[in-house]
Design a protein around this ligand. Structure first.
Ligand code: GLN
Length: 341
């Protein structure tokens, strides 16, 4: 509400744009007891903003509805559309920060994607909620308030894409949804960057990996993303999924491996053959609290010309592989990217 503040005070506030994409933060349930059973992506961005009038004390906030979906249904085209809109806004001199409301299922993928391709120092904050706004103890209001607080704060500049969930400020590169039934859902194996408490940010560490303004990738130069898929490893696994994914056109296959990205002896020959056919093989780990894959441990990656995903989980490895493949199909270059980003 523009009438609330005198103009001189108003002009001092940062301008923050909220790009809404759906998810539980825009969800609605039948009763206040429905914390887990509800429909995602129901509430429009204007209603979301109106639901947290305190946002007006933090920033001049306006909203845009980019998508209205549950995030498990996000496509590569949706990612590109969102990424290009973020870049346009970041280029605009009257935008100081950008908030993206997002379903939590693939929030970590979108946050990492933007972290790789947005050439800006301006704060970009991705946020969701674990309970719909209609539920008791809904977490979306405070998460959104915290997101706008972080996005409007000049201290947030140059720190890469950030995620504000459960009062923590997380790096969009590191953070992952670790449990789906608690509001304390998002964790990084390497810890949060900071806390946001009553609208104030407290920072403790900074991302060490390349991101945003220091990235070699630029959303404005990416018009499509190549097909990259994930195959899951487990005891008694066979090579059916890997072969089928390659046959359907995958340019790279992310091996969601056990332990240190280990590969079953039943699968190794198929992966060797696929690599010879030109498919990139990227070994990651699906260890829950955070995998860490070492090159030439478990498997002779140099000999097979495979890539390791470092500490990226399979879904994040897929994002970097897609973005990397827009620049190169050289496995050594891809490996360099997996160490640097
Ligand atoms: N908590 C959530 O946001 C999950 C809702 C939905 N599955 C989504 O990711 O959009």
């Amino acid at each position: 509400d523009t009438a609330e503040q005198p103009p001189q005070q108003k002009s001092k506030l940062a301008n923050v744009v909220i790009l809404a994409t759906g998810g539980t933060i825009a969800g609605a349930g039948a009763s206040t007891a429905n914390s887990a059973t509800y429909q995602a992506a129901k509430v429009g961005v204007d209603k979301l903003i109106a639901g947290v009038p305190e946002l007006a004390t933090l920033a001049n906030v306006r909203g845009e509805q980019v998508l209205q979906i549950a995030s498990e249904s996000i496509t590569n085209e949706n990612l590109l559309q969102l990424g290009k809109r973020v870049a346009e806004l970041a280029d605009s001199p009257d935008v100081d920060g950008i908030v993206i409301t997002h379903g939590t299922d693939t929030l970590e993928e979108t946050a990492y994607f933007l972290n790789l391709v947005e050439k800006t120092e301006k704060p970009i904050v991705v946020v969701g909620s674990m309970r719909p706004g209609t539920a008791m103890s809904a977490d979306g209001m405070l998460n959104l308030y915290n997101a706008v607080a972080v996005a409007s704060n000049p201290e947030s500049k140059g720190k890469g894409v950030l995620v504000t969930m459960n009062d923590e400020i997380q790096s969009g590169r590191d953070v992952s949804k670790m449990i789906n039934i608690k509001t304390e859902a998002f964790k990084s194996p390497w810890g949060a960057l900071g806390m946001v408490v009553e609208g104030k940010s407290y920072w403790f560490r900074l991302p060490a990996k390349r991101h945003t303004q220091n990235s070699e990738f630029d959303i404005r130069q990416i018009s499509s993303l190549p097909q990259v898929d994930i195959a899951y490893a487990y005891g008694n696994v066979n090579d059916t999924a890997y072969k089928a994914l390659a046959q359907s056109g995958a340019k790279a296959i992310i091996h969601a491996g056990t332990g240190n990205g280990s590969v079953s002896s039943k699968v190794v020959p198929a992966l060797q053959a696929l690599r010879k056919d030109g498919v990139q093989i990227i070994r990651s780990s699906h260890v829950n609290a955070g995998g860490f894959v070492l090159r030439n441990a478990e498997q002779p990656d140099d000999k097979y010309d495979w890539v390791v995903a470092h500490d990226l989980n399979p879904q994040k490895a897929r994002i970097l592989a897609m973005v990397g493949l827009t620049k190169t199909n050289d496995s050594k270059e891809l490996q360099r990217m997996f160490w640097e980003y």
